[in-house]
Design a protein around this ligand. Structure first.
Ligand SMILES: [Zn+2]
Ligand SMILES: [Zn+2]
Length: 937
């Protein structure tokens, strides 16, 4: 039935125009191989289970046997787990003392793996007592596990806490042969940098007990696998990346509700596609951005299907992490047995949970990374069967960019996972843990941590470390492992409580900008209002409330350069990287709906200052001059700098794995330290986490994708799809779209050493361009903001119209028409409002325009007839109403307006007939009754 769905998408008028791209991924035949000399029980297990090994599994096994550290990056469902399990189980069977440690980022994954390993243990009759050791492990069996288990599954949080108790684990560490880090791509950003140090601490402890374990990583495809694995573990890796497992033909469709000014939301489109697939008997999993949407889409689908296919209603359900375990098991089984045909879910299902494979997957909204996209897509395709994946876009820059540039998604990976080993706060925390675990010698310090000596000296001066004969030892009072969190950099974080329960924690920057008093906070797609913000206690209370407005904190940002660390010349363009000091003053916030400010409130928060790392570049004077010459409007120059800053930040996560909120920016027409117009992009974390450092490396690509994105946006003056930022601290003002394109183009030409209309040499040598006041004037700074586009404006206009505010409504519809002159609704409303204002001529023009767009719109015909009547064009009125009646004989108002024109033209006989006709259709038509009475009197 997949054929039906494809055909509908390609041919049906409703769907066709929104299909931006269909990528057909060709089927692949399996390539099998064999591992020689496997122990007898393992060979028997493989034979009994009818498992034939794929080439890449064989290769991984060989590499592990050879003693290499191995990184496996083949896709989901390619049998990665078996690829490393074989060699490890083999080793455990040959050496009865040998142990292995498996580290998973999520508990669900460890649980899943445990059952696989237990099955392996019993089938192969090799005794290694696999066990999970995490926060849920009952206290009474913990000692037994420590003493007996040879294969332990855990997570980084637990490992961080138990490393200090290594003496209780002496047997385990002494014999540790393998450390598996599964789903390793999760260890990036702050979390990744922390885990990198945790792994170094683990290695040091193993070495202390005389073991030198091999590391095996499994990860999604990355742009920088070598660098990433080396940073995470501190050793070199051999990569196994060639997938040799079989797969069926896959059709991957990019579906864009905004391809033409769409009329349905991404959610409604998702629901329609979901129904289309379910109706064609395709078992489908639909990933949504929030729990609420998962529920709603399932509900809408049930409601629609109930009318014609009630038998399907019970075969559809939503699935989310909040459900009881028993409910979830039931759904998982329902999917496996085929009882369920459609399930909507959040990405809770993305990881681990075994639900088998499906015929189709819908990804409603780009999940933020290519990794997640492919992981979700990987759920489609049963063995070698054909399957279908549809990604439905939202309106934001990333989603829209991918719709227009499918090659980005289907060709090689561009995503860099960043692990930063330079953040002092992170390093210091782990140095303290390390010195508590074992005295730290100079030799160890250099070998494992390779950090700045100053930081060690600083810790000693704080009185936290003491020199002993064996090295530096921790002498602080509290266990440092308890005071550092793997997800955060500083201990300066705020706790957010809902109903007295901890909902999340966030650092000070994020608390100030997103959880100030009165803020609307979004957590897992639900909205909460901040009730109280206790600064000294760093606690925030929220209450749950469904609101349709949002809040935006406004701030003044100042960035100063503390130290230039690096400079990169790319063609004729220079990017700088270094330490910067950011000062943010949050001074007020606004509540907003549809881009309209409802209210503003002052904020009483002390200025926020922190040191971080960032990149910056300046705009050569000649480029600035020509920008100003071409775009003469006031603020065009500032709007171009600001637009470029926003746009670069919005594309940043395509190349460097992070969230837009992880970075900040500032653009200024003059910066005292560079003496020129400057754009800064910095890590929004104290000390930096390596994001902008990586961006310097991929600058060419970043500028190019950003330019393409802004250029291909259909809007005329900038919109949320291109240069508006949802977190602009300056209210998205000023912004200038064409100037932004010009600026990005100019930078790209400098990068590629292409000739501009201006000679490049003089561009670089041009003196500083000082236009603004000498004091730094902050333009950018990312905050939060609503936007305007034809759909939102139409809604806004309608609500003004129905509230009787015709003047404001008219403004909205005028703007809609400016953006989209073929907008039927806007022309109709414009006509109705002008008619209200007695501008009959204007109204007539509007309705005529509407009829050009849709020549069979009965309502418009009627309005046109009325306007003609009021304008005294009686013949026109008569003709128009006659045309209308030809199509709608049963409409009393149409007969009535015809009668009125006849009456005014003096044709009383025909007028009476027409009034009578109107009354025969609707005896309650007052106009017809009154006029007829008057006429017959
Ligand atoms: Zn735009
Ligand atoms: Zn901004």
């Amino acid at each position: 039935m997949l054929k039906n769905v494809l055909e509908t998408l390609e041919k049906n008028r409703i769907f066709r125009r929104k299909v931006e791209h269909i990528e057909t991924l060709n089927p692949r035949k399996a390539e099998y191989g064999e591992v020689e000399d496997l122990p007898e029980p393992i060979q028997k297990y493989l034979a009994d289970s009818r498992i034939r090994l794929y080439q890449h599994q064989v290769l991984a096994t060989q590499r592990i046997r050879e003693g290499e550290n191995v990184l496996i990056t083949t896709p989901t469902a390619s049998g990665k787990t078996l690829a490393f399990n074989l060699a490890i189980i083999e080793a455990l069977s040959r050496d009865e003392e040998a142990t292995a440690l498996y580290i998973y980022p999520a508990k669900a994954l460890a649980n899943d793996q445990l059952s696989v390993l237990k099955h392996l243990e019993s089938s192969c009759t090799i005794d290694f007592k696999p066990n999970i050791y995490d926060g849920d492990t009952p206290r009474d069996i913990r000692p037994w596990i420590k003493e007996n288990s040879r294969l332990i599954l855990t997570n980084p949080y637990m490992l961080h806490l138990i490393l200090g108790w290594h003496h209780q684990w002496a047997r385990f560490y002494r014999n540790l042969k393998y450390v598996v880090i599964d789903e390793a791509h999760h260890y990036r950003g702050v979390f990744g940098s922390n885990v990198a140090f945790l792994i170094r601490r683990l290695r040091r402890i193993c070495n202390h007990y005389g073991s030198y374990p091999q590391f095996i990583l499994s990860s999604a495809t990355l742009a920088n696998p070598d660098e990433f694995s080396r940073n995470l573990v501190g050793m070199d890796f051999q990569e196994v990346n060639q997938d040799t497992s079989p797969s069926g033909k896959k059709h991957f469709i990019l579906y864009n509700p905004f391809a033409k000014w769409g009329d349905l939301s991404t959610h409604q489109e998702t629901s329609n596609l979901f129904q289309l697939m379910v109706l064609n008997d395709m078992q489908t999993l639909c990933f949504t951005i929030s729990r609420k949407m998962a529920e709603l889409i399932a509900m809408w689908a049930k409601k629609e299907l109930n009318q014609h296919n009630p038998e399907l209603v019970d075969r559809i359900t939503a699935y989310r992490s909040g459900y009881l375990a028993s409910e979830r098991r039931k759904i998982e089984t329902g999917l496996k047995t085929g009882k369920l045909v459609g399930v909507t879910c959040t990405n809770a299902l993305e990881l681990g949970v075994d639900i088998g494979s499906l015929d189709g997957v819908i990804i409603s909204g780009y999940p933020g990374t290519m990794i997640s996209t492919w992981q979700q897509a990987g759920r489609a395709g049963r063995g070698e069967n054909e399957s279908l994946i549809i990604m439905v876009a939202f309106e934001n820059a990333l989603d829209q960019y991918l719709m227009k540039h499918p090659e980005f998604l289907f060709h090689k990976s561009h995503e860099n996972a960043v692990i930063d080993l330079h953040n002092k706060k992170i390093t210091n925390g782990h140095l303290l843990c390390a010195t508590k675990e074992l005295p730290l010698t100079l030799d160890d310090f250099q070998r494992y941590f390779d950090a700045d000596f100053d930081s060690l000296e600083g810790l000693r001066q704080e009185g936290l470390l003491k020199e002993t004969d064996n090295g530096l030892t921790y002498v602080g009072r509290k266990d440092p492992a308890f005071s550092i969190s793997l997800d955060q950099i500083s201990s300066d974080h705020f706790k957010v409580f809902h109903d007295k329960r901890l909902m999340e924690t966030m650092d000070r920057q994020h608390a100030y900008s997103e959880a100030h008093e009165g803020a609307v906070l979004i957590n897992q797609g639900e909205t909460y209002i901040v009730d109280s913000f206790n600064l000294p206690q760093r606690s925030i209370n929220v209450k749950k409330m469904d609101v349709d407005y949002h809040t935006q904190a406004l701030k003044n940002v100042d960035v100063s350069i503390v130290k230039e660390l690096d400079k990169r010349k790319i063609g004729n363009f220079e990017v700088y990287f270094g330490e910067v000091k950011v000062t943010q003053d949050f001074y007020k916030y606004k509540t907003m709906i549809y881009g309209k400010t409802l209210s503003t409130h002052n904020l009483e928060l002390p200025p926020l200052k922190y040191h971080t790392r960032g990149l910056w570049f300046t705009i050569p004077g000649m480029v600035a001059d020509s920008l100003e010459n071409i775009f003469t409007k006031k603020d065009a120059y500032a709007g171009s700098l600001h637009g470029a800053e926003h746009a670069l930040i919005s594309m940043f996560p395509l190349l460097v794995l992070c969230d837009r909120f992880d970075i900040g920016g500032l653009s200024t027409n003059y910066h005292p330290e560079t003496g020129k117009a400057t754009i800064f992009i910095y890590d929004a974390y104290e000390g930096g986490i390596g994001l902008s450092e990586k961006a310097v490396e991929v600058m060419e690509k970043l500028v190019e994708v950003t330019r393409d994105m802004v250029k291909s946006c259909q809007c005329s003056k900038g919109c949320p799809t291109c240069i508006y930022s949802p977190k602009c601290g300056n209210d998205n003002k000023p912004l200038h779209k064409n100037g932004t394109i010009f600026l990005l183009d100019a930078i790209l030409k400098m990068i590629k050493c292409e000739k501009m209309d201006l000679p490049t040499e003089s561009i670089l040598e041009h003196p500083p361009h000082i236009t603004g006041p000498v004091k730094t004037q902050a333009i950018g700074g990312e905050g939060y903001q609503e936007f305007e586009n034809p759909r939102n404006l139409t809604k806004k206009g309608e609500s003004f119209y129905f509230n009787g505010n015709h003047q404001e409504a008219l403004k909205c519809f005028q703007k809609v028409i400016e953006m989209d002159e073929n907008n039927l609704t806007a022309w109709k409303y414009r006509g109705m409002i002008l008619e209200h204002q007695d501008d009959h001529q204007g109204a007539i023009e509007s309705f005529k325009k509407a009829l050009e767009i849709h020549k069979e719109d009965d309502e418009t015909f009627y309005y046109l007839a009325v306007s003609h009547y009021n304008n005294g064009d009686l013949d026109e009125c008569k003709n128009t109403s006659k045309k209308l009646i030809k199509r709608r004989k049963d409409w009393d108002d149409a007969w009535c307006i015809l009668a009125m024109s006849l009456q005014a033209l003096g044709d009383e006989e025909e007028a009476v007939k027409a009034y009578q006709k109107a009354l025969s259709i609707n005896p309650l038509n007052e106009d017809a009754a009154d006029n007829l009475n008057e006429l017959l009197d």
